[in-house]
Each structure stands twice: as structure tokens, then as C-alpha cells.
Design a protein around this ligand. Structure first.
Ligand SMILES: *Cc1c(COP(=O)(O)O)cnc(C)c1O
Length: 687
């Protein structure tokens, strides 16, 4: 059952007319029904209610964030097959303890990413993978939960490309070797065997293969028990088929009954049942709407040429799959026999063959049952941007993925790509010099900094690779002059490097600027902590023409002021104030900055202590004036507050541009500055 029905000869998605959707969003577009999705979830939950179970939706069937969020809100677990899918489900708010990671080719970084996210279990598919997971888990001090995916050597009567349970397939571990693999897992210090899994294929229309696979797995559980190996769960994968045309798949109730009956009869001890359904949950929830561009009559047949093709829906080309095709508006015109094809330059580019349809050029048609393996398999072949996706709930249609634009297609190939980031009120443009050597000229930088001829920014960060996890960057002001390091830039550089996979985000990142190398560590996706070095309170380090003291008194414009001074690689004078809002930052800041006692001028911080772990700060930066945020200034202020006993580490520093957390627990060690950086824009500039 689904929610795509005709009213007055017009196709509706729930209560919204598909014609209206097409008018607003264009074609080709995928349209999903939320009520259909929710209903399928409830039916499958209900079917397995009698037995402890966990349903992990197979994300590869359809990974749209909005659909994943709906499922996550319903309590779904997720079956993922890549780091990309992991990022998707985490973004959608999935509970990591309900995530299972399947797939034969997990890379080191994907495994690490999953361990850090603390997922429930890795379904392992080979001995080398088992060893790799153990090694990585050990290196980061974790225990990884694993389940062996068994290849039960069972033939499921489905298309050979979607059969996975045969000994000749690349999937799973041969049932004869499973016992040995569990024994190996027992020996490995960073692994814990918690389950056993199998998945024999997709679009399976009979119960027998599932029952046989289950029996095979239960026999293995029995043998493991004899060896003293006990498991918590049994995962029977996904694979239940749906009706595309005339198929008659088992109902979810029949499927559940068959499995639960056998489980009850044959399980040597109680086990939680895990499932990984994909297709059966989402296939029916979506249609693909396309426009008839031309009717082309040839000697042998008539082609209806659509604006959608194999790039939007690959299943017919890949598996010879059949999808029902219906008109968006039913008319009284005569039906004609047509092959529905796309614009792509391949003869396999068809969506339906020999269909009787009453259609004219300009009409819209809907291809049914494409919610699973539809959009998720789409491509940009022939430089075609991927289709828009729209979600309907009752009388409301929402765009959940905009149509891909030409810019989306070109961006990764543009040599002069840039990223704009903001970190605490500073905006940075990041350019990779290794990729953009010609932009490395002063007049070019000036042009880029101008918002009419370029991008506009506070500072340009020009990055160059030094070594693995080691990069060098130079900082340019908008006027083309080179600037000193402020600390906020380091987080932006680190985020840029992580986003573009130029560094291993689990390791420390080393960033050289001027003659200083700072260490940066990633705390979470957008949060970093930067080693800002050890503060130096000696006057000659600042430099300051005074004899060393904790506090210095000075008369500025006829008024007495007291300040502390230190170097954080650059000079800082810090004044304590009671009323930060009304502090004379501009006048006092400028007077102290330019005072003859500071031969190289100084940055001036005005701080108000709020409590033992919090202070507020405004900074007058030398050569600039008051700014929204200064990273080294925040470190300097916190260091003074900690030294004087006004605060204890860590100290939250509130700046007009946002908040930083400063850690300084050992007077002889570095100050660490923790804060966020965010990517706000990506684009490219002319070369
Ligand atoms: C593809 C896949 C699924 C989902 O299959 P459906 O046929 O969509 O239910 C489940 N588990 C694994 C390991 C898969 O590869």
C-alpha cells in the first residue's frame, strides 16, 4: 500500500498534486511519501514485536538525510557500508549504538571513523579485515564489537547481480571457515565477538532461502557454543523483495513468522534478532517524475524520449528491472505502444519497454516503486546534474535535495577553488598553493580581497604541504601585507585540511607559520584545540622597556592605568576592568599600543573576570584597532587571570565574536586554545 493515487485523473502524492510539484520543482524529480515510509516502518516493527529485535535500515537503499531523520526519529537503527553513510546517519541523529557497519572493503580511515563514533558492531567479511580492525582499535585504546558475516552458500532466486549468498560471491566468510575466524577473534586483544550475520541477496521473493540461511547460521551458533563461544545477536540481513509489477512477495508478517518460528525451534539459547531491510522499507515510498520531451517514430517502434534516464534510475539498465510507468494526468487520448528511454548516450538507457501509454510530448509520467536504489544509484554521467528530491507529508511538499547545478558539477575540477571559513568572527579565505600556484602574488591577493573584483575577507590563508600531517601557511591581510599568527586561522586551516582529506584527522596536525610550528588536534567535526606555546612574561620577550614586574603602572592621557605584559609569540598588554562594556578600548588601546615603552607596539586586551572559569575580553589589535576576536589575545588574558589566581584552567573567554576555551594547567607548558571553525562558502576564482 502506498499514497500515490489518482484524484480526478490527476496523480497525487498524499494530498499534493504531482502536477503542482512538477510546476514548482521541475523534472526529473523524485517524490516521496512520508506516510508510506512511516507505515512501512511500523508494519515491520509490529511483525517482529514478539521477539527481542533491532531493525537496522540499509542506508544504501536511500540515504537522503530527511528520510534518515524520519527513520531515526522512529527509533530505527542503520546498516551502513561506508564512511560516507556513517556521516549521513550521524548527521541525521542516529544512535551510534544502533549502527552496524557492513561491507567487504572497509578502509582504515572508515574503521577509525566508526570506532570514534562508537558504533554497535562491525560485520566482518574476511580475516585480513578482522586483523585490521583489531590493530586500529588497539591503537586508539578501544574494544571493537564484531560479528562474522557468514556466506551460507545459498541460492536465492534473484538477479545474479543482487545475489550475495553464494560461495562464488565476494561476500561473507565461507561457513566452513567461520569457526576458525571466531577463534582468531578470541585471541585478538581489541576485539569482542558479539554476533553473527548473514545477508544472502536482495529482492528475494520466497521464504525458503531465508529459512535455509537462518538454519545454517543457527547450526554455526550451535558449533560455537560447543567451543565455549557465546553470542548476543543474530543478524539475518535484509533482502525481502517487493512488488514492482506482478511479483508476489511474502508479507512482512509471513516473513517474520517464518523466521521467528525457526529461531524458536532451533536457537541453542536466546538471541536478539537483528535485521537489515532496505528495499522493503523504502521502495514503495517514491516515484520518479519525468517529462516526455519527444515522441520519435522509427521503422520498428516508437520511442518516448524522457528528460530522465539511466543516470536518474539505473535499475532497468543494470538489472533489466521492470518498473510500472503511469501518466501524471490521465487523458482520453489513444494509447500507444512505446519504449520509454532517456537522453543518455547508451543503448541501455531505457526506463521501460513496450508500454501502452496515452502520452504526448510535454506530458509528465511517473515511474513507480523507485524509493529504493533509485536516487542512491544515480550518477552524473553525460554531465547531468542529479534530480531534485521532494518529500510530501499530507498537504505539504518540501524540497529535501535541490537539483544539482552546473556549478556543483564543475567545482571539483576548477583549479582555483577556494573555501571561505569563519572562526570566531574572523573570515578567512583558504587557498591551497599546491593547487593554485598562480594566485601567489601580491596584486592577485589584493584583487581577491576586494569584494568587487574578488571574494572579500579579513585574511587570506595560503597553505602549502610540508610533510604528512605537516603544512605551512602564510597569512595575508586584505591589503596584501603579510600578517602574524592569531590562532583562529590555525583552526580554519586544520578544518580545511580535514575536510579535504589532506591529513589524518585522528593524528596531531602540525602547522608552521612564520618560524613557529603549532600542534592542532581535532576534538570533533568543527572543534579543534591549538597549542599556542608557552607564555613569556619577561619584558625583553614582549618587548617592553621596563624592569620585570607582575604589574606595570602607566599614565595615559592624564589617567593612571595598570597592566600586565607578556608575549604569546606576539606582544600583549592586559588591563583588568570592572565594566567591559564601557571600557575606553579605542582611546586607551591606541595610546598603550603606540607607547614608547613598547618598541614594537603591542596588542591591548581589556578583560573582566566573570568567575573562576570565565572572563570577558575585548582586544585592540596593533595595526588594526578593536576586533571581534583575537586568539592569542584570549590566551594572553586567560594566562594572566590564571597566573594571578583570578581564574583556574580551563577558562572560557567570551569575545564579541564568540567563545574560546583556554587550557593552561602547567606554568611551564603550553597554553591550548579550543574553539570552532566553520566552512561558510566554497567557490572558485578566475585563474
Ligand atoms: C544491500 C544490503 C542490505 C539491504 O538489502 P535490501 O534488499 O534492500 O533489503 C542489507 N544488508 C547488507 C549487508 C546489504 O549489502
Amino acid at each position: 500500500m502506498d499514497h500515490f493515487v489518482y484524484k480526478d485523473n490527476t496523480l497525487y502524492a498524499e494530498e499534493v498534486s504531482v502536477s503542482e510539484i512538477v510546476q514548482q520543482y521541475g523534472t526529473p524529480c523524485y517524490v516521496y511519501s512520508q506516510q508510506t515510509l512511516e507505515r512501512h516502518w511500523r508494519v515491520i516493527e509490529e511483525a517482529f514485536k514478539k521477539h527481542p529485535h533491532r531493525i537496522c535500515y540499509a542506508v544504501k537503499a536511500n540515504g537522503n538525510l530527511s528520510l534518515l531523520k524520519i527513520l531515526a526519529n522512529l527509533g530505527a537503527g542503520f546498516d551502513i557500508v561506508s564512511g560516507g553513510e556513517l556521516a549521513r546517519v550521524l548527521e541525521a541523529g542516529a544512535d551510534p549504538q544502533k549502527i552496524v557497519f557492513s561491507g567487504v572493503g572497509k578502509t582504515e580511515s572508515e574503521i577509525r571513523q566508526a570506532l570514534i563514533a562508537n558504533i554497535a558492531v562491525f560485520n566482518v567479511e574476511s580475516l585480513p579485515e578482522v586483523e585490521r580492525i583489531n590493530e586500529i582499535a588497539q591503537s586508539i585504546g578501544q574494544i571493537a564489537s564484531v560479528a562474522v558475516r557468514v556466506n551460507p552458500d545459498i541460492k536465492a532466486d534473484t538477479h545474479p547481480y543482487i545475489s550475495t549468498g553464494l560461495a562464488s560471491n565476494k561476500f561473507g566468510i565461507n561457513k566452513n571457515e567461520v569457526l576458525a575466524v571466531y577463534k582468531t577473534i578470541q585471541q585478538l586483544p581489541a576485539l569482542k565477538a558479539v554476533g553473527i550475520a548473514c545477508h544472502i541477496g536482495s529482492q528475494i521473493l520466497e521464504l525458503t532461502p531465508f529459512e535455509e540461511a537462518l538454519t545454517c547460521v543457527l547450526q554455526l551458533i550451535q558449533s560455537l557454543k560447543k567451543e565455549g563461544i557465546f553470542l548476543e545477536h543474530l543478524d539475518i540481513g535484509g533482502g525481502l523483495g517487493v512488488c514492482y509489477d506482478t511479483e508476489n512477495p511474502p508479507t512482512l508478517t509471513a516473513y517474520a513468522d517464518a523466521i521467528l518460528t525457526r529461531l524458536k525451534q532451533e536457537a541453542p539459547y536466546p538471541l536478539t534478532l537483528w535485521l537489515e531491510p532496505g528495499r522493503v522499507i523504502v521502495a514503495n515510498t517514491g516515484i520518479l517524475v519525468a517529462k516526455v520531451e519527444y515522441l520519435k517514430e522509427t521503422e520498428s517502434k516508437t520511442f518516448a524520449i524522457l528528460d530522465a534516464g539511466m543516470t536518474d534510475l539505473m535499475r532497468p539498465a543494470l538489472y533489466d528491472a521492470h518498473h510500472k510507468i503511469i501518466p501524471v494526468k490521465k487523458t482520453q487520448q489513444k494509447e500507444i505502444l512505446v519504449d520509454l528511454v532517456g537522453p543518455v548516450c547508451e543503448s541501455s538507457d531505457f526506463l521501460g519497454k513496450s508500454r501502452l501509454l496515452a502520452i504526448q510530448p510535454g506530458d509528465f509520467i511517473a515511474i513507480r516503486t523507485v524509493g529504493a536504489y533509485g536516487f542512491s544509484m544515480s550518477s552524473q554521467y553525460n554531465a547531468r546534474g542529479r534530480a531534485a528530491e521532494i518529500l510530501v507529508y499530507k498537504n505539504k511538499a518540501t524540497l529535501i535535495r535541490r537539483r544539482e547545478t552546473v556549478q556543483d558539477l564543475l567545482l571539483p575540477e576548477k583549479p582555483h577553488a577556494f573555501v571561505k571559513m569563519q572562526a570566531l568572527g574572523n573570515d578567512f579565505v583558504l587557498l591551497d598553493l599546491d593547487e593554485n600556484p598562480s594566485l601567489w602574488r601580491e596584486e592577485k591577493i589584493k584583487k581577491l580581497s576586494n569584494r568587487y573584483t574578488g571574494i572579500g575577507f579579513d585574511q587570506l590563508l595560503a597553505i602549502r604541504k610540508h610533510d604528512a600531517n605537516q603544512f605551512e601557511y602564510r597569512i595575508y591581510n586584505a591589503d596584501g601585507t603579510e600578517a602574524e599568527q592569531c590562532g583562529n586561522g590555525a583552526r580554519a586551516v586544520a578544518l580545511y585540511l580535514c575536510m579535504n582529506s589532506k591529513v589524518d584527522p585522528m593524528q596531531a596536525i602540525y602547522l608552521k607559520t612564520g618560524n613557529r610550528v603549532s600542534t592542532v588536534k581535532r576534538l570533533s567535526e568543527y572543534r579543534f584545540t591549538v597549542d599556542m606555546g608557552c607564555p613569556n612574561f619577561l619584558p625583553e620577550a614582549v618587548p617592553l622597556n621596563r624592569a620585570a614586574q607582575t604589574h606595570y603602572d602607566i599614565v595615559l592621557k592624564g589617567e593612571m592605568h595598570r597592566f600586565s605584559a607578556l608575549s604569546m609569540g606576539n606582544p600583549h598588554a592586559i588591563l583588568k576592568v570592572q565594566d567591559l562594556e564601557n571600557a575606553s578600548v579605542a582611546t586607551v588601546g591606541q595610546a598603550l599600543c603606540l607607547h614608547a615603552d613598547f618598541p614594537r607596539q603591542t596588542n591591548v586586551g581589556f578583560m573582566q573576570i566573570l568567575n573562576m572559569h570565565q572572563l570577558a575580553l575585548r582586544v585592540y589589535e596593533r595595526g588594526v584597532g578593536e576586533t571581534l576576536a583575537c586568539g592569542s589575545g584570549a590566551c594572553a588574558a586567560a594566562a594572566i587571570a590564571i597566573r594571578d589566581g583570578d581564574c583556574h584552567s580551563p577558562v572560557k573567554v567570551q569575545l564579541p565574536g564568540g567563545e574560546l576555551v583556554i587550557h593552561w594547567s602547567d606554568p611551564k607548558a603550553s597554553v591550548w586554545m579550543e574553539g570552532e571553525a566553520h566552512c561558510v562558502y566554497q567557490g572558485w576564482v578566475d585563474g
